[in-house]
Design a protein around this ligand. Structure first.
Ligand code: DC
Length: 231
């Protein structure tokens, strides 16, 4: 194995992937790449342009006008820029989640973003999370994890997470949106959400956040024989 390692974490929305992946990457001193944020940036651009997000021609016309950049702040946090504007907060709004899922089903969008994701893993160790990292983006990743939890548990966690940000959302509505995204992300023709054959399954339905973190860290520890710098 080379000095550069790659870890692919895939799974459905709201399984806790991002926060666990971010914490694990920091603990092991590896760059964290949240690929959902890139799709969200395209989703935001489509919403702002007022185009039909499922119309491939309309979205194809938009893509060449977009300058999407992923940068890391001095605190190590990934930030997204759309045509020079920092949109890291704007892309987290619930309506952008649906828009991101819509545009991510389009092959032209996936193709447009593929190289950006792959190039990150060429020069440095990376822990990348998304839907198709282990199957399409980094098929040769050194460790692949499929992180999931039941839709009900994911909805419960999302409501709590939004509450902490002062956003009150109805549980049934959140569950409906999670199911909509699951359905769309798993059934699209291009790069659907699915577990890679060689991915380790980690179901966190019955696990607390700290237990999930411990389980993920354990997988990394076993695979690479590296110890966390801190947790
Ligand atoms: O992980 P997230 O919820 O921020 O992702 C937003 C949407 O982007 C999600 O509905 C599916 C899509 N996505 C994708 O298709 N492929 C990825 N690698 C990451 C996200």
């Amino acid at each position: 194995m080379s000095d550069i390692i790659s870890i692919a974490i895939d799974g459905p929305s709201g399984a806790g992937k991002s926060s666990l992946a971010r914490r694990c990457a920091a603990a092991f001193g590896i760059l964290y790449a949240d690929t959902g944020a890139i799709y969200r940036t395209v989703g935001l651009a489509a919403v702002r342009a007022g185009i039909d997000r499922k119309d491939e021609n309309a979205v194809a016309g938009l893509l060449p006008t977009l300058q999407i950049e992923m940068k890391y702040g001095s605190d190590g946090e990934q930030r997204m820029y759309l045509n020079g504007e920092d949109v890291s907060e704007a892309i987290r709004m619930p309506e952008i989640s649906i828009a991101a899922s819509d545009v991510s089903a389009l092959p032209i969008v996936r193709q447009f973003l593929l190289e950006m994701q792959r190039s990150l893993a060429r020069t440095q160790s990376v822990l990348m999370d998304g839907r198709d990292i282990g199957t399409v983006v980094l098929p040769d990743a050194d460790l692949k994890v499929f992180l999931t939890a039941s839709a009900e548990e994911r909805a419960r966690r999302r409501v709590l997470q939004l509450q902490e940000k002062g956003v009150i959302e109805d549980y049934d509505q959140v569950l409906k949106e999670i199911r909509y995204r699951d359905e769309q992300d798993m059934n699209r023709e291009t790069a659907p959400l699915k577990r890679a054959e060689d991915a380790v399954l980690l179901d966190t339905t019955e696990l607390s956040y700290d237990e999930s973190f411990a389980a993920l860290s354990q997988l990394i520890l076993e695979r690479f024989c590296i110890r966390p710098l801190a947790d």
